[in-house]
Design a protein. Structure first.
Length: 318
């Protein structure tokens, strides 16, 4: 019975001879290979010219045929660099691979990597494109991924993924850095706007203060962010540092009610207590709270009681 021919690209044969130390004569010889590096000038090229020398009977030279790599059942490490491989489908059967490096080999279809469950290190370097790159994330043992030099337009799926070490192309890193800088600038602008807006609100509220029992009462109601209410309260004390009481009965965007009281130091010395005020008023919103004599807040469950609560706070200053 005549054995089937082993077809192999001539360049690949030179690298295989380098890995074995001799020209392979059978499929069994190829299955011995654990480490195969295809790139650069093969050392064994001086010992064999696949296109001129007499080869073992079973070998047949076929340019562009790299499929025999898929028969190397013990292959643990494979590197292919600047070799004209057009079809990487042989990778689907290289299930023992632990380390794979492909560089400068055009566009790589990552769907062929789906069966490489033993893969721990993957380098796709200087590739002109990656197709189905999301398949890489299915390699649950993968610990190191390098995509340096590869032309990919989006690498978001590899940001904050479970792979321990990820190296992205320089242009992606620059884009992400530019995005972070832009986001930081927008946050800064938003913060400055909010600070200015808070100052403006505080000034408007102080200007509209009502005199009650010898002190200015500055009131705030409506839907307001809790952090802004707190900031306004402290700004009011700065803008009007004497005989001033800030009282607020607000709710956040989710409808949660909040009572806030801030008193100037002179009112506290006279015995007015912000904590006592909010605890009493919080009954109207079915809540509770407290704080310091000069600043206190209380939350609750019933926004319908906010109007009663703000009036209770006013009455406590009379």
């Amino acid at each position: 019975m005549e054995l089937a021919k082993i077809t192999i690209d001539p360049t690949l044969l030179a690298y295989v001879a380098q890995a074995l130390g001799r020209v392979p004569e059978s499929l069994y010889d190829l299955q011995k290979i654990r480490n195969l590096s295809c790139g650069g000038r093969p050392v064994c090229q001086e010992l064999i010219d696949p296109l001129k020398d007499t080869l073992p009977e079973r070998l047949e030279i076929v340019r562009g045929d790299f499929s025999i790599i898929g028969k190397m059942s013990r292959l643990k490490k494979l590197a292919i660099s600047a070799v004209p491989v057009k079809d990487f489908s042989f990778l689907t059967t290289c299930t023992a691979l632990e380390n794979l490096e492909i560089s400068a080999c055009g566009t790589i279809g990552c769907a062929f990597l789906g069966n490489l469950y033993e893969l721990r290190s993957l380098s796709l370097l200087g590739c002109s494109g990656l197709e189905h790159k999301e398949e890489i994330l299915k390699l649950f043992r993968l610990e190191r991924l390098s995509l340096e030099g590869s032309q990919i337009s989006n690498a978001d799926c590899f940001l904050n993924c479970r792979i321990k070490e990820v190296r992205l192309p320089e242009h992606i890193l620059k884009e992400k850095q530019a995005e972070r800088e832009k986001e930081a600038e927008l946050r800064k602008q938003a913060e400055e706007f909010m600070k200015e807006r808070t100052r403006s609100i505080a000034a408007e509220l102080v200007a509209a203060a009502v005199g009650v029992n010898g002190c200015k009462v500055v009131s705030m109601i409506g839907v307001r962010a809790p952090e802004m209410v707190k900031n306004v309260a402290f700004l009011v004390r700065q803008l009007s540092p004497e005989a001033t009481a800030f009282i607020a009965a607000t709710s956040d965007i989710s409808g949660k009610p909040l009572l806030t009281v801030a008193l100037t130091d002179d009112l506290v010395k006279k015995g007015v207590n912000a904590s006592t005020m909010v605890r009493e008023a919080a009954k109207a919103i079915k809540g509770g709270g407290g704080g310091q004599p000069g600043f206190a807040q209380a939350g609750g469950k019933d926004t319908d009681g906010l109007s009663v609560a703000i009036e209770t706070l006013r009455q406590s200053l009379m």
